[in-house]
Design a protein around this ligand. Sequence first.
Ligand code: GLC
Length: 752
Amino acid sequence: MPGIAFSQKQPPQLGKASIKNVIAAMSLDEKVNFVKGIGMKVSEGANGPVAGSINGKVMGAAGSTEAIPRLGIPAVIVADGPAGLRIEPVKYGNDSTLIYPTAFPCGTAFASTWNTDLVDKAGRAMGQEVLEFGVDVILAPGANIQRNPLCGRNFEYYSEDPVVSGLIAAAFINGIQSNQVGTSIKHFAVNNQETNRNAIDAIVSQRALREIYLKGFEIAIKKSNPWTVMSSYNKLNGIYTSENFDLLSTVLKKEWNYNGLVMTDWYAGKNYPGQLKAGNDLLMPGRANEPTKIKEAIDSGSFSQEDLDKNIERILNLIVKTPAFSNYKYSNHPDLPANSKVSRSLASEGMILLKNNNHSLPFQTKKITLLGNASYDTILGGTGSGEVNTTQKVNFYEGLKKAGYQMDEQLSSSYIAFINREKAARPKRLSILEAIKPVEEMYVENKQLQNLANNSDVALITIGRSAGEGSDRSIETDYLISENEISLIRNTSEIFHKNGKKVVVALNIDALVDVVKWRDLVDGILITWLPGQQAGDALADIISGKISPSGKLTQTMPLAYGDVPSADSFPGIPEERPKETYYNEGIYVGYRYYNTFNKPVAYEFGYGLSYTTFKIQKPTISSKNFSKELRISTTIKNTGITSGKEVIQLYVSAPEKAMDKPESELKGFAKTQLLKAGASEKIDFMLNASDLASFDTERSAWVVEPGTYTIKIGNSSKNIQQTVSFIVNQDILVEKVNNILAPQKALVELKK
Ligand code: GLC
């Protein structure tokens, strides 16, 4: 009788056996290693530490989970960021050229389109690159509220308003995940500054937390179900968010019914078992000492294997969805030409026309004078993990040239030589966390300006600003325009105006800058934001009139930085090394503050000009008495002479009973299709009780108070064209939630 063959029973395989059986087959060692990433290794040739090539896959990715081959568990790869996939370039086939993923515009440009269809489309394009470059989850979108203009990562974020932030994030996530790859909405939560980001304690009231800082995440998560959520570095009311059970388990997983995975930000927090217990399922990028700490906690009884298994279950539920699990044969060859077109259309649609006196734009001439360093060294994106490497760069000068504009070549060469010289003199950039500050503005002699004015019909000056992860912006060098820049604007305006010629300024900026000191000197102002790789083409599309600008501000531009409601409390105390930052403006962030306290602003939330004009007709409302939901319908007409798109914004002013309320709050918006002159489009809005509810701290509940509500419809938060009212006859308790996450320190909040 031949020897009895041992039946080497294969252990349960992920995807074949139940997840519970797979977990049961894991040793404790495997478990404590599985809840952390593989760490970060410097890969050859990369610009700084990256996760490196994971078994030959994806150089430059930000991280990977651990594989357990004997159980059929592959490694899952994650990479940044909100403006496109940040990885090292790859070779396609035997072609020796290196190809990079598409560098899309920054997050704020996405939001400034107010076009959820276009954002979804751009998400689809970006997600296709995630899939085809072998990545499973892209660490985006960044959805933190732009609480203060000085935050270094505002460019990655969307708005001062949670409805804009939530709906744009949802569209982005749905677009990306339509490729069957994952996203990671971040940084959850209240990560509104970079100063001391790993330890700063954000002291926030429960109402401001729920209505402003969590609401955008809540909208996005409920409308798009991101595969993962990334918790943030900071503390919230005394507890690290990554160790905060009330935030990650009670609110996110129980109240919001989120069934995806939560990962830490990179090297966040200190108490690893505490993070896992709080509901932070995956510790990224992974540290060597984490398994030991977790085992110690299990041995001491402060952390149970049952809880550990819950983390593992969520990781496995993610893995079975990934391309890695289905062993997808990625091509390293996504449709980059098509995606660069999407990037270009998003960049132009995110541009905001702030001023256009006497139709300075679109240019009626091809003979222009192009001034400003950033015209030639255009800032395509911000720095840090939100950076995107690319070689496909079209700066403003190149784009305008391609579009047939004639510019003084001697001036262009002097700018390019100046910028190259200045940059060559700088020390080598050692890390992506090093912000790249633009070089000092080149001086142009008045004599030369006079010559330029004689030989061109209009001047276009670009002012550039960049910022990035790891540090906040400064008032002096980032927010304010420098003396050199102002004198360039002033001298150019004086000379060109004397010659009967106009001057337009393009703001190639990461976040808000002061405009008040110089806007009266010029005829036109266009915000381009950080427009991604097709920057110059997108600018030319607007400048030439091929596309009518339709972007709108998603953050208020104040008359002065000191008017910002968080100006005094940002970035926290003590001043030399902030440890705590008090959100004492409460719910009065952005337009909620300026409109409620009648503070004049430079340009309001929701503002942006077009080359045409629109009229919003009187709306109809499905009922004058609210019960479950209301339908508000209106028609918008292009009353101008050229095609364009408009953003209709619906605000609600609510009655105040037990709670003070902002003057009005955005409850919905819609962007029209491209309307030809004279064309109209019908727009419907639906409002339900949760749209109308305010957070009543006393009752720990979302409540619609009784009284008369006024709907305000317009194309900015202040340019209201139509109003209609309705009544809520009785107090509606929409949702009872847990009384948690209260500030542990005295917080004196702004009240009406
Ligand atoms: C960074 C960022 C986060 C990024 C992660 C991976 O520190 O805070 O946004 O996704 O680490 O690079």
